[in-house]
Design a protein around this ligand. Structure first.
Ligand SMILES: CC(C)(COP(=O)(O)OP(=O)(O)OC[C@H]1O[C@@H](n2cnc3c(N)ncnc32)[C@H](O)[C@@H]1OP(=O)(O)O)[C@@H](O)C(=O)NCCC(=O)NCCS
Length: 187
C-alpha cells in the first residue's frame, strides 16, 4: 500500500467513468442529498435514518460527505449529483470498505456498477490496497448484484447479524483481494 494514502484520500481525486464524474461533495449538492436521503424506499436497508429538509442535507454534507473518500456521483454533462459512494480505509489491514446510495430515479441503469468498478480500480491501482470488502443485507439483492458485477466474491452469510429499523437482517459478506483483482484483469 502507498504510505501517502492519507494525502491521496484528503484530496479525494476526481475519478471518471463513461457516464459519471466521481468528485467531492459541495453545499450545492444539498437538494440532491435531500432527494435520495428523504426517500423511504432508498433508506430501507441503510442504517442511516435519513433527512427531512435542507438543513438536514447541509448537516449530512458537513458531517459525513466532506470526509476524505466520500464521492458524489455526478452525471457527466450536468452538474447533477445522483448519489454517493464512500470509501473507508483501514490502513493497518491495507484494506477498504465502502457504502453507496443512488437516487431511486436512476436505479437499474448500471450507474453504481460503473462507479464501484472505478472505485475498485482506484483502490488497487492507485492506493495499492490488498483487499476491498462490503456487506449487504439480505433482501437488498440489487446491492449484491452490483458487488458481483464489479468482480467481488461472495464470502459468506451471517444470520440476523444486524437490526435495522426494527428488523433483524442476515448479512451477506463480499470481498475482493488484490490477487483476485489482478486475475480478473488478466494481469
Ligand atoms: C443498491 C443500489 C446502489 C444499486 O444501484 P444501481 O445503479 O441501480 O445498480 P446497477 O444498475 O449497477 O445494478 C443493479 C443490478 O441489480 C439488479 N436488481 C435490482 N433489484 C434486484 C432484486 N430485487 N433482485 C435481484 N436483482 C436486482 C438489477 O437488475 C441490476 O442487474 P443487471 O444489470 O444484471 O440487470 C441502489 O439500488 C440503491 O441506492 N439502493 C438504496 C441504497 C442501498 O441499499 N445501498 C446499498 C447498501 S448495501
Amino acid at each position: 500500500m502507498k504510505n501517502n494514502y492519507n494525502d491521496i484520500m484528503r484530496k479525494t481525486p476526481v475519478i471518471q467513468t463513461n457516464r459519471l464524474l466521481l468528485r467531492k461533495f459541495t453545499m450545492k449538492d444539498k437538494e440532491a442529498v435531500l432527494a435520495y436521503g428523504s426517500d423511504k424506499q432508498t433508506l430501507k436497508y441503510l442504517i442511516w435514518q435519513g433527512i427531512t429538509d435542507l438543513d438536514g442535507a447541509e448537516r449530512a454534507i458537513m458531517v459525513y460527505y466532506t470526509k476524505p473518500g466520500a464521492y458524489a456521483l455526478e452525471l457527466k454533462g450536468s452538474s447533477q449529483c445522483i448519489g454517493c459512494i464512500d470509501i473507508r480505509i483501514e490502513p493497518q489491514h491495507e484494506k477498504a470498505s465502502f457504502g453507496y446510495v443512488l437516487n431511486r430515479g436512476y436505479w437499474n441503469h448500471g450507474y453504481m456498477t460503473e462507479a464501484l468498478t472505478a472505485i475498485l480500480e482506484f483502490c488497487f491501482e492507485e492506493l495499492e490496497l490488498n483487499r476491498v470488502e462490503a456487506t449487504y443485507y439480505v433482501g437488498n439483492e440489487g446491492s449484491g448484484k452490483v458487488m458481483e458485477k464489479s468482480g467481488m466474491k461472495f464470502e459468506g452469510l451471517s444470520i440476523q447479524e444486524v437490526k435495522i429499523k426494527g428488523i433483524f437482517h442476515d448479512v451477506a459478506h463480499y470481498g475482493i483481494t488484490r490477487l483476485q483483482w489482478n486475475e480478473m484483469r488478466g494481469q
